[in-house]
Design a protein around this ligand. Structure first.
Ligand code: TRP
Length: 360
């Protein structure tokens, strides 16, 4: 079997720089490198509903936002299949069968789910659907026999569970599934981008995001107020780059070309860091550099976004076509699943024969 790349996002908000460095940028590179047999990228609306059951409107509004973010970032429906999870009922079907192969305590040990339960104050009352989403995520992956899952490191427990379920299924019913591999961002700073406030994670609920769709003025307002080094009070003071969000972002985004074009006094980030650490470099100058770096990266996305925004019905059409294509693949996998589980009664000539004999 060939290489099949699959990944997705919950459509609960517009995508931000954290999504971009953590996963989206890599997807576009993978897509353009073309070194795969099939690539699937989807909006995990079913998963988003597991903790937004009372707010489907939020999900509904963000389908097009996320689709526009995908297209603006450079995903191309001619090269990768873009689809919506809820439109593939086979995924729910597969989830049902996978649930028999895992215990409650196994899911309870999932550290990402544990954190989310705390964050959402679900401790006393966990919705069952939310609790089961790791199994549903395994189905998202296995239904396409995906081999390669580019995601952030918080998704590691999900991929581990998926591998276990693939093994359990194959042992129990016969070989159907490949064991997928996680593909983490190569660059450590890209694995978890802090918020503009310096907090651990960029996240919509913390209000510390720079969105891919932010215009240049908005980006500057946000960059200007970014968290840096609280001990760097005067320009002449030595500065710290560790824990300094401006430098973490420069790590994630700045290229040597950016230095040549925006701050030729330094050849690269290492030189700027050395100077900043010694003292004499003001935060404002670093922020201006970062602003230029981010805007250079976002400007082509903004332009593409504006083009796609001109024809929204075509976005829906594209997602419909992608969903139809994805469904065809998932349906083929489900045929193999049901055959392996011997619940393909109507195609099971041996069963029909046996039952005929039994009742003779
Ligand atoms: N859990 C992922 C997230 O929160 C989204 C997701 C759902 C996903 N199903 C997936 C990612 C399958 C990769 C593969 O971002």
């Amino acid at each position: 079997m060939g290489k099949i790349i699959l990944t997705g996002d919950r459509p609960t908000g517009k995508l931000h720089l954290g999504h971009y460095v953590g996963s989206l940028r890599r997807r576009v590179q993978l897509q353009n490198a073309g070194d795969f047999d099939r690539m699937f990228v989807f909006m995990a609306d079913v998963q988003a509903l597991t903790d937004n059951a009372d707010n489907p409107e939020k999900i509904r509004q963000n389908i097009v936002e996320v689709a526009l973010d995908y297209l603006a970032a450079g995903l191309d429906p001619k090269l990768c299949t873009l689809y919506i999870q809820s439109q593939i009922p086979e995924l729910a079907e597969l989830t049902t069968y996978l649930m028999n192969l895992v215990t409650v305590s196994r899911v309870q040990r999932n550290p990402t789910v544990k954190t989310e339960i705390k964050m959402r104050n679900f401790e006393a009352n966990i919705p069952l659907g939310f609790f089961c989403y790791p199994v549903s995520q395994a189905a998202d992956i296995l239904a396409f026999n995906a081999t390669t899952i580019p995601v952030g490191e918080d998704q590691e427990p999900m991929i581990e569970l998926t591998r276990e379920l693939a093994r359990r299924f194959n042992q129990t019913y016969g070989e159907v599934f490949a064991e997928p591999e996680i593909m983490l961002p190569e660059n450590a700073t890209a694995r978890r981008l802090p918020g503009t406030d310096g907090k651990e994670k960029m996240s919509k609920s913390l209000g510390n995001c720079i969105y891919l769709s932010d215009d240049a003025d908005t980006v500057w307002t946000k960059v200007k107020s970014m968290y840096t080094d609280p001990t760097h009070l005067n320009v002449s003071d030595p500065g710290h780059v560790e824990g300094n969000a401006v430098f973490t972002y420069l790590d994630a985004f700045a290229t040597d070309q950016d230095f040549a074009d925006f701050w030729p006094e330094f050849k690269n980030l290492d030189e700027l860091k050395a100077a900043y650490t010694q003292g004499g470099i003001g935060d404002m100058k670093c922020k201006k550099l970062l602003n230029s770096v981010i805007n250079r990266m976002l400007e082509p996305m903004r332009m593409r976004r504006r083009t796609f925004e001109q024809d929204i019905p075509e976005i829906f059409n594209m997602l419909k076509q992608g969903s139809d294509a994805a469904r065809e693949t998932a349906a083929q996998t489900m045929e193999a699943v049901k055959r392996a589980m011997q619940i393909d009664y109507f195609n099971d000539a041996a069963l029909i024969q046996q039952q005929t004999e039994k009742f003779k």
